[in-house]
Each structure stands twice: as structure tokens, then as C-alpha cells.
Write a protein that binds this ligand. Structure first.
Ligand code: SF4
Length: 230
């Protein structure tokens, strides 16, 4: 049976969609955003994080869809009472699309509201197959300039743009989310451009996470934005 690799399950989250939610962090992401604040979510491999007190933590655990659904459904009543549900985050959840397609019906048969936070960096067919089964989408928009997108994320902008074009006409409720990065995409002109890009859709501007670099040394890595952001 296929397994999904998850690096964190965070219960009772309040900012990843409506109501009280459980957020599931999928391990593995095809992008390498320089400001990523979950670097342990980038590689699909198991990794060891060494805390400053010397404690070692293995990042990543493999789940069957049934076991993960049962774990998430422990809070089904609390979620339902608060109008909450489950949020798929990461890493990039769509990098484990086949696993998600096994997990989603197990949650949906219990009426769980599902949200996804995605970079949109996946083939259109993959994106469509998962997102069409989701109740609400937080769709990242990082850089509108194609060269800036390549430079700061390592990806090709057309991949995301194709998915956004589909999302706009899909009928699936969504908002755009912009991580505001000093010196990269946070000027007044950038904000205007993002608002224009969104057209009628809502845009949430997320403030730069000043603790974004904290986990890199614990993984033996340098934070790519060191010396670039204050
Ligand atoms: S898309 Fe998200 S998880 Fe992937 S590298 Fe960028 S910020 Fe990190």
C-alpha cells in the first residue's frame, strides 16, 4: 500500500482556514524558495534535525492513508462543532498527490472540510485532480516577474500560471497568498501588481517571518536569505 510522508501534524490551528483545524505538513517540495521557513519540508527524504540542546529529531514519518485518516478523525467532532477541518500544507502536498487522492475520500466520507496550502507547482492534471476535491484553496503567488520567480524559487513560472488559470474558472473557492519578502516582492508597486493580478479574487499579504532562518542550522544548512533580508 502506498504511504505518505508527513513531517508534522499540528492540531488546533487557527490560521490555516475556517474554525479549529488540524494541519498536516507533507514532506517534499519541488521548489526551493530562498525564504522557506520549513526547510525540513523541502526534501522528500527523512532528515535528522539536531536541536541546540543536542536532541535529535527525525523529520518525516510514513503513514498509510487509513492510519493518517484515523489520526485526523480523532478530532472530527471538535472540527465539525467549530466549522473547522483539515488543512494540507508542507512542503508541497501536491508532490504526494496519489497519496492525497487516497486520503481525501476517507476524510470526506466523514464530512471533514478540507483546505490546501499550495505553491501550485505541479502538473495541471495533478493539480486539477486534487484541487477539484478540496473545499478551499490557499494559492501562493510569490513573484510575478518570471525571472524573479526562477531566481528565488528555482521553478518555472508557467507551471504555476497554468494551474492558476484553471483555478480561476474552477468554481473552487480560493484566495491568493503572497509571502512578503523584503527586497524581493514587498514594494508598493509589487502590492499593486499582485492586486491587479488577483482580479476579483482576494489576496492575503503575509508578513515576512523573521524566524524563517531558525531551522537551517539545525539541519546543518545555511539560510539562503542571510545577508539579504535584515
Ligand atoms: S513552496 Fe513552500 S515549502 Fe516549497 S520551498 Fe517554497 S516556501 Fe518552502
Amino acid at each position: 500500500m502506498r504511504k505518505g510522508r508527513i513531517f508534522e501534524i499540528r492540531e488546533f490551528t487557527l490560521h490555516d482556514g475556517p474554525g479549529v483545524r488540524t494541519t498536516v505538513f507533507f514532506k517534499g517540495c519541488p521548489l526551493r524558495c530562498a525564504w522557506c521557513h520549513n526547510p525540513e519540508g523541502q526534501s522528500s527524504e527523512l532528515e535528522t534535525m539536531v536541536r541546540t540542546n543536542g536532541e535529535k529529531i527525525v523529520c518525516g514519518r510514513d503513514w498509510t492513508a487509513r492510519d493518517l485518516a484515523d489520526e485526523l478523525l480523532r478530532n472530527a467532532d471538535i472540527m465539525a462543532q467549530s466549522g473547522g477541518g483539515v488543512t494540507f500544507s508542507g512542503g508541497e502536498p501536491l508532490a504526494q498527490a496519489q497519496f492525497l487522492l487516497e486520503l481525501i475520500p476517507l476524510l470526506k466520507e466523514r464530512g471533514v472540510h478540507l483546505t490546501i496550502e499550495t505553491s501550485g507547482y505541479a502538473p495541471l492534471e495533478t493539480y486539477r485532480s486534487v484541487v477539484s476535491k478540496i473545499d478551499f484553496v490557499y494559492q501562493d503567488v510569490k513573484c510575478l516577474d518570471p525571472d524573479a520567480f526562477r531566481r528565488w524559487t528555482g521553478g518555472e513560472p508557467d507551471v504555476v500560471q497554468a494551474n492558476i488559470a484553471w483555478l480561476r474558472g474552477s468554481g473552487v473557492p480560493f484566495v491568493f497568498r503572497v509571502p512578503c519578502i523584503p527586497g524581493v516582492n514587498d514594494s508598493a508597486a509589487d502590492r499593486e501588481a499582485f492586486a491587479a493580478f488577483a482580479e476579483d479574487a482576494k489576496v492575503e499579504f503575509l508578513p515576512y517571518n523573521t524566524a524563517a532562518g531558525a531551522k537551517y542550522p539545525l539541519l546543518g544548512r545555511a539560510y539562503p536569505m542571510d545577508g539579504i533580508v535584515p
